[in-house]
Design a protein around this ligand. Structure first.
Ligand code: SF4
Length: 256
């Protein structure tokens, strides 16, 4: 427990320890795990802006031009599950090298898909999912219409595909077309909760809605990538490196 002037500070009534006010942020207590959605107070725009600015100072502002291939992004995101970026990319390249088109991937014997993507891990599951998605899209195998469709319409379409959720849908829309959606993966959700941006233990649907509400238009890629980088480099799941964290002065979850 921290102390101000040698006096331990506790919540009135509960006796739970609280942190003293910190420069650069109005959050003074760690986010409570049991807080309901109705009781949750979204952080102010000013606080979100300060956190974004600090992250940008550390990690820069990422730039990635939308590549325009939603189907490729969809398959790549399926391949990214439970593996690292390198193995995902190896699996994806092998798939593209062995099959001339997405139609060929859809219609190939399952074992051939499984063999092609094996370096990406859990290839039995992923091969079934990729073919199920391609079958569900049907003909033509093309998602280019999403470029000009309303985002909620594309989200609904993508989330109705087998095994596709909000995170995958957000990856497709943001990375393919630069549309307004923010993927919330395990790093983004963990760092967001620790910083008091997101409600602890909120379901993924809510996390995506909240991230979108917190993110100014045009900052979707930047906020996603920088929270993710911070989760990978410093705010680790098991042992966050709070002692060397550049955000510690504005973090209500910091460990001393
Ligand atoms: S102070 Fe600790 S918990 Fe807070 S963001 Fe930094 S590493 Fe994560």
């Amino acid at each position: 427990m921290r102390a101000m002037g040698g006096v331990a500070v506790t919540h009135a009534g509960t006796g739970a320890p609280v942190r003293p006010p910190v420069p650069g942020g109005e959050v003074t207590a760690p986010p409570r795990a049991g807080v309901t959605r109705a009781d949750w107070r979204r952080p102010s725009r000013a606080r979100v802006a300060r956190i974004r600015a600090r992250l940008a100072e550390i990690y820069g502002v990422p730039v990635a031009q939308p590549h325009g291939d939603a189907l490729a992004e969809l398959v790549l995101t399926v391949l990214s599950q439970s593996t690292n970026d390198r193995n995902r990319d190896v699996a994806y390249l092998r798939l593209r090298e062995r099959f001339a088109s997405w139609e060929a991937v859809r219609d190939a014997p399952l074992e051939e898909i499984e063999e092609a993507i094996r370096p990406g891990g859990i290839s039995k599951v992923k091969s079934v999912r990729i073919q199920a998605i391609l079958h569900a899209i049907g003909d033509p195998l093309d998602l280019a219409w999403m470029r000009s469709a309303p985002v909620p319409e594309s989200q609904r379409y993508l989330c109705a595909l087998p095994g596709v959720g909000r995170k995958t849908a957000a990856c497709v829309l943001l990375f393919s077309f630069g549309l307004r959606d923010v993927p919330v993966d395990t790093h983004v959700s963990r760092v967001g909760m620790r910083l008091g941006l997101l409600r602890p233990k909120a379901p993924f649907e809510e996390l995506h809605d909240e991230m979108l509400a917190l993110t100014p238009p045009g900052a979707e890629l930047e906020f996603h990538v920088n929270l993710l980088r911070h989760g990978r480099r410093t705010c680790h799941a098991q042992r966050p490196a709070c002692g060397e964290c550049p955000l510690r002065r504005m973090c209500p979850s910091r460990r001393d």
